[in-house]
Design a protein around this ligand. Structure first.
Ligand code: 6R9
Length: 653
């Protein structure tokens, strides 16, 4: 078989219309849906909200007093009822909600009826500890089923949850608990990670030494490791939950009642507690999950590989999929345990049909080599998704070819913790795909690209991404800081939401996301996005991953410093560095030629896989390293710094 190489395929500018076979069974094949939504976007969202079960119908679809939105005001709804009860009532109690697999290979199969039972019991357990509507519950655990159960139990009784990712430090946990003034913490003895364990309870106990609002701690037994136990405060999940009644009527919440708080680190300053409410959030999660992933609840097996500790897990492991009666896979561990084919083994075992993962994972799989997916049967897959960062075209095509067998559309989905649900993305049965582009704003969504002064740049053109009208799952503010909410998002471009991302549109109006604008470099008066230079670098066959930052330069204002991970089988050398610099110059222009290239084995990344360029800037500017608490592995950046100083002794002066 002589197939074009990925480079050749990209060079010919190939686009990917939906195949006949895919279209035949797609939910949406017609672009009319965009016009329909555009004619009356509030009516469009109201029709989507009607797909949920409301205890009481809303009075108004939208009340909009910038920056405050109220969607489906007066409506009464419960998220856990929509995710569980209504499916069980409709006769789907035996359908699997989660195929859960532990890192060590232990498994659990949880049906909708099982989930409703356990959620109700935990909800009653929380009530027995005095938790009621409006009380915040902090959650700190690994990817075990009890994590999803906890979110739904909170939603059932109207207690907003605040999930803190299980890899965060005691200080991060403490700050988040205190900011939200949570009354209960739900955690576990430990979490399984790469064959070892993380002592969650021990870390939590350190945090709790300074958390006056916490009255009780519920602890799941996962690892069986020894833990301290504070009488009167701590209770084991297995002592609390089974003895409770399995009957817990869902609290009828106002559409605008708080569903959860989720902290985003941002690049500077203290984390922001992003607030999401109930009716609008659930509406957009359910709609996007159904149509972006072209969901067939009776036959699909959906797997979102994110951790529930970040927004992708909230919206596309818990609320969206369960609202749509999806059968999902949930996996506890890392993709390389015990071997680098673990993801593909999972797909094979559970017959996964839809896979949703992140570019950083895809690039890691590319680095590991084709042999791992190639030795597994991935023929059950029919659709692939990507989220979290701009996906470079090479990674897109590799994903499409080696995971999707050249048969599955790839939906690149742009959104943020703040937007709550997907905003810019293809509809796979209707949209012609271009590798690396998130294509168009979804029906009902208003987006635009503006210049520094807020003037729309037109098509084609590049600048700052803004959202031009409210949307149902938008954040309702920052917990405890309304002023920061207005200033951060609504004050830069009058009347519009500023996403903080750079973007451009091509002649056909396709959106190409360029990453955070804080990451844009200014070289000799030219704006160059980090994403463009990084895409050029990873477009070289020997490069697995790359991150670039601007560093102060006497001549050019900023110069480009690149950090590069090579693919297996390539050795770093001076000549190679030169080749890569020339490669970028050839692809983008001499202005974008990196001044320096540092070869490294790892890059500083957040737990959700985003490169923290701020820290690489600190390295290249020889500044003291900023906050590293949200890093997946804080050691990485110290290693890079040492290496950088070795390579750049002159900078030390
Ligand atoms: C869901 C999530 C949000 C930021 C966002 C942007 C980047 C996410 C992207 C993407 C290009 C995509 N981002 N998806 N950039 N293409 N498909 O990731 O939320 O953790 O809050 O991050 O991630 O820069 O502004 P969050």
């Amino acid at each position: 078989m002589s197939e074009p190489t990925i480079e050749a395929l990209l060079a010919e500018g190939r686009t990917f219309p939906p195949s006949e076979e895919f279209r035949e069974s797609s939910l949406v094949t017609d672009v009319d849906v965009y016009d329909e939504a555009e004619r009356d976007w509030q009516g469009f969202w109201a029709r989507q909200a009607q797909q949920l079960d409301w205890f009481e119908e809303w009075e108004t679809v939208l009340e909009w007093d910038l920056p405050d939105a109220k969607w489906f005001s007066g409506g009464r709804i419960n998220a856990s009822y929509n995710c569980l009860d209504r499916h069980v009532i409709a006769g789907h109690g035996d359908q699997v909600a989660f195929h859960w697999e532990g890192e060590a290979g232990d498994t659990r199969t949880i049906t909708y009826a099982d989930l409703l039972d356990e959620v109700s019991r935990l909800a009653n357990g929380l009530k027995s500890m005095g938790i009621g509507k409006g009380d915040r519950v902090a959650v700190y655990m690994g990817m075990v089923p009890e994590l999803a159960v906890t979110l739904l139990a909170c939603a059932r009784i109207g207690a907003p949850h605040s999930v803190v990712f299980g890899g965060f430090t005691a200080d991060s946990l403490r700050d988040r608990i205190n900011d939200a003034e949570a009354k209960v913490l739900v955690t576990a003895d430990g979490a399984c990670r790469r064959g070892g364990t993380i002592a969650l309870k021990e870390i939590a106990d350190q945090a709790l030494a300074d958390c006056p609002s916490i009255e009780h701690v519920v602890m799941v037994r996962r690892t069986g490791q020894d833990v301290a136990f504070v009488e009167g405060r701590d209770v084991w999940y297995h002592d609390l939950v089974p003895q409770q009644s399995a009957d817990c009527p869902p609290e009828p919440m106002d559409s605008e009642d708080l569903l959860y708080i989720l902290y985003t680190s941002g690049t500077t300053g203290k984390p922001k507690g992003i607030m999401h409410t109930t009716g609008g959030y659930l509406t957009q999660c359910a709609w996007t999950h159904k149509y972006v992933f072209d969901l067939r609840p009776d036959t699909d097996v959906f797997w979102c590989t994110a951790d529930i500790g970040w927004v992708t897990g909230h919206s596309y492991i818990v609320y969206g999929p369960l609202a749509n009666r999806t059968t999902s896979v949930m996996y506890e561990g890392t993709p390389d345990y015990p071997d680098k084919d673990r993801f593909w083994r999972l797909i094979e075992r559970y017959g996964v049909t839809i896979l949703y993962t992140a570019p950083t994972a895809i690039r890691t799989f590319m680095k590991w080599g084709d042999e791992y997916p190639d030795r597994c049967d991935l023929s059950s897959l029919r659709l692939l998704g990507s989220v979290g960062e701009p996906i470079n075209p090479e990674a897109w095509v590799w994903y499409w070819r080696h995971i999707g067998g050249e048969r599955c559309p790839v939906v690149d989905t742009w959104w943020q913790t703040e937007t709550g649900a997907i905003m810019i993305s293809p509809l796979p049965g209707a949209t012609t795909l271009k590798p690396g582009s998130a294509t168009y704003p979804l029906p009902g969504i208003g987006a635009d690209i503006v210049d520094e002064a807020g003037v729309p740049v037109g098509i084609p053109g590049g600048g700052y991404l803004v959202l031009t009208r409210p949307w149902p799952s938008m954040l309702r503010g920052i917990w405890g800081d309304p002023e920061r909410y207005f200033k951060t998002y609504w004050n830069t471009y009058k009347g519009r939401y500023f996403a903080g991302d750079g973007a451009k549109r091509d002649e056909e109006g396709y959106y190409w996301l360029l990453g955070r604008v804080d990451d844009v470099m200014l070289v000799s008066g030219h704006n160059i996005s980090t994403a463009e230079v990084e895409h050029a670098l990873v477009g070289h066959h020997a490069v697995a991953e790359a991150a670039v930052v601007g560093k102060t330069d006497k001549v050019t204002g900023q110069a480009i410093a690149a950090f590069v991970i090579l693919r297996a089988g390539n050795e770093p050398s001076e000549e190679f560095a030169k080749e890569l610099r020339d490669h970028v110059a050839k692809n983008i222009g001499p202005i974008a030629r990196p001044q320096s290239i540092l070869f490294t084995d790892d890059l500083p990344k957040t737990r959700s896989g985003k490169i923290m360029r701020r820290l690489l800037r600190d390295v290249s500017e020889d500044h003291e390293l900023g906050d590293t608490t949200t890093l997946a592995d804080p050691g990485v950046v110290a290693g890079i710094k040492a290496k950088y100083l070795r390579d750049h002794p002159a900078d030390e002066e």
